[in-house]
Design a protein around this ligand. Structure first.
Ligand code: ADP
Ligand code: ADP
Length: 239
């Protein structure tokens, strides 16, 4: 089943930089796609178009029966609720503990008074605890995020994204700040999330070896263009 489809997507920034030129591809259920390419090749821009952090210049992005590029305010809210984002620098609230960070994103969807009092729903707390257990953080629930290692911080980021029940995960350089061992753990979790939880992932990477090892498909970008699309085996044959 097709979860997401990009058709001829282009983005030119206000300063004239053509960050994305005619990008087309589809993402299917259960898939982990890696996007590889040097810095500045348009990987982040591509993800930002998909969750409408930025407007596209041309093309179409089909998601949940909508064209993301033409979505109105209400639809954009709905789209973002269904897209989990993972960032290179985790974007956690460091003075809060692990559990609070995972629950934090949910506050916005609560009634105003619950949100104002910072009161979490019991079902959300239970689910957050389960997710953190799955990600190997059950002994860190009450640790301040500032006291975690990079790999642990990223796992908190993943738990926070999963708590929203996203239909897709977009990961922008999730392992770029991590050592090889932590990177391996994160990639294994993302792979499990795609395969077992059936939440497909798009992962921006600059390490080709990691992409070869964990992806179903690899998209290679260069100067805003998709210059390769295929399986790891096909990429091995191409180089
Ligand atoms: P990558 O994620 O592969 O490093 P980006 O998508 O961040 O690539 O950047 C693609 C190109 O677009 C680069 O030339 C970058 O400088 C430019 N760019 C990125 N964001 C902006 C922006 N907000 N305004 C103008 N140019 C930008
Ligand atoms: P990253 O390494 O995470 O891609 P960058 O340093 O490329 O981050 O970009 C940081 C911020 O600056 C982003 O919000 C991006 O949109 C913006 N940006 C990047 N390149 C440009 C540019 N050439 N002109 C204006 N803004 C840019």
């Amino acid at each position: 089943e097709k979860v997401l489809e990009l058709k001829h997507v282009a983005k030119t920034y206000d300063n004239g930089v053509k960050a994305l030129k005619d990008a087309s591809f589809s993402l299917y259920e259960g898939e982990l796609i890696s996007i590889i390419g040097p810095s500045g090749s348009g990987k982040s821009t591509l993800l930002r178009c998909i969750n409408r952090m930025i407007d596209t210049t041309q093309g179409e992005i089909q998601f949940m029966g909508m064209d993301v590029t033409k979505a109105d305010k209400k639809e954009i809210k709905e789209i973002r609720k269904n897209i989990g984002m993972i960032f290179q620098h985790y974007n956690l609230v460091y003075r809060l503990n692990v559990l609070e960070n995972v629950l934090h994103g949910k506050l916005a969807s609560y009634s105003t008074w619950k949100s104002a009092l910072g009161m979490y729903k019991e079902e959300d707390v239970e689910k957050a605890v389960q997710l953190l257990d799955m990600l190997g953080l059950s002994d860190r629930l009450y640790t301040r995020c500032s006291d975690l290692s990079g790999g642990q911080k990223q796992r908190v980021g993943i738990a926070r994204a999963l708590l929203q029940d996203p239909k897709v995960l977009l990961c922008d350089e999730p392992i770029a700040s991590l050592d090889p061992q932590s990177s391996k753990i994160i990639m294994e979790h993302l792979h499990m999330i795609a395969k077992k939880m059936k939440i497909p992932c798009i992962v921006n990477l600059h390490q080709v070896d990691v992409a070869l090892r964990y992806s179903d498909r690899i998209i290679g970008m260069h100067q805003g263009e998709i210059v390769f699309e295929g399986t790891p085996a096909e990429l091995n044959d191409a180089v």
